[in-house]
Design a protein around this ligand. Structure first.
Ligand code: MLT
Ligand code: MN
Ligand code: ZN
Length: 304
């Protein structure tokens, strides 16, 4: 299977439109070594022709331009995107669906919980019915349940509910339910390989650990380096954990989670613009490099 990172940043992207933090200002002014990043999404293909999107970012049009394989010219109107799988109902993972409204009905996969938010507080699904229309498919979160996705060929999918947070507009923001956020194991029977993708992850619950341990590649929440990162920079009063993201540093942090895994690729994705790992000359970036942990970037490709 082939995995293409379309967007590697968290909500807001990098640099963020209104932000003058060290990273955002440094990137704009060219005083730090870093790459701009668009908002969180990956594309996966089992055959190099048909692609499944995981999340639809507000930056999707730029992401498609940067990856022409998603727009083949077989007919007067054409796309290689066969389906879109949503990991949650957050703005940065769903509003790109609006940009796909000119095409055929969208095959959209989500949990019941994400569907609830996307038909009420942020009724993207209803609105799309007035444009291209959608065919909604339930992502099952029953333990161990495999499912297929239209256009994905033999690739096999297994979703696990993960601890994180539903969007700020959700009535469940402060009492997350199972299925508000998921991690996805994608496996390719042809190669016997698998990836576990979880861009929003607050805690490694017992049912999630084996998914991390078995995977050949993990692509997990890389939002924040430290719990109080945004507070220290004066950009927010919120801690990483409060908004559903396990920070990388410190006891119980994501680095400790990743270190013992056997996966040959350990990738942090959905990186917030405040995270020092975006600065390629930072000690934090160096620490990850020494541990063999990769920082996802737009256009990154992984073949498993
Ligand atoms: C998050 O995952 O917490 C988001 O990136 C928030 C947002 O979309 O602004
Ligand atoms: Mn996000
Ligand atoms: Zn910033």
């Amino acid at each position: 299977m082939r995995i293409r990172v379309l967007g590697s940043a968290a909500g807001g992207g990098f640099p963020q439109w209104n932000c003058n933090c060290f990273n955002c200002a440094g990137l704009r002014e060219g005083t730090i070594r870093a790459q701009a990043r668009t908002q969180s999404s990956i594309a996966v293909s089992g055959n190099n022709t048909d692609w499944i999107l995981f999340n639809a970012s507000p930056d999707i049009l730029a992401q498609l331009r940067a990856f022409p394989e998603l727009q083949p010219g077989r007919t007067v109107r054409d796309t290689a995107i066969r389906a879109v799988v949503l990991m949650d109902a957050q703005i940065d993972h769903t509003t790109g669906l609006f940009m796909l409204r000119e095409g055929r009905p969208l095959e959209i996969y989500s949990t019941d919980m994400a569907r609830e938010d996307l038909t009420t507080g942020n009724p993207v699904f209803h609105i799309l019915q007035h444009y291209c229309g959608i065919h909604w498919h339930r992502v099952p979160i029953d333990p161990g349940k495999h499912f297929g996705v239209i256009g994905a060929g033999d690739l096999s999918f297994r979703a696990a509910p993960v601890a994180s947070k539903p969007p700020p507009y959700s009535p469940r923001r402060d009492q997350p339910h199972q299925g508000d956020n998921i991690g996805m194991r994608i496996s390719d029977p042809k190669t016997g390989t698998s990836v576990f993708y979880a861009p929003g992850l607050l805690e490694i619950e017992p049912h999630v650990r084996p998914l991390l341990e078995d995977a050949d590649c993990v692509m997990v929440d890389g939002t924040f380096w430290s719990d109080d990162e945004m507070i220290r920079l004066g950009v927010s009063k919120k801690r990483a954990r409060e908004i559903g993201h396990l920070p990388q540093a410190g006891a119980g942090g994501m680095i400790e989670v990743l270190k013992p895994l056997k996966a040959s690729r350990k990738v942090l994705i959905h990186i917030n613009n405040t995270n020092p790992i975006l600065n390629e000359d930072s000690p934090e970036h160096r620490e990850l490099k020494d541990l063999g942990i990769e920082v996802a970037y737009d256009g990154m490709e992984i073949t498993l």
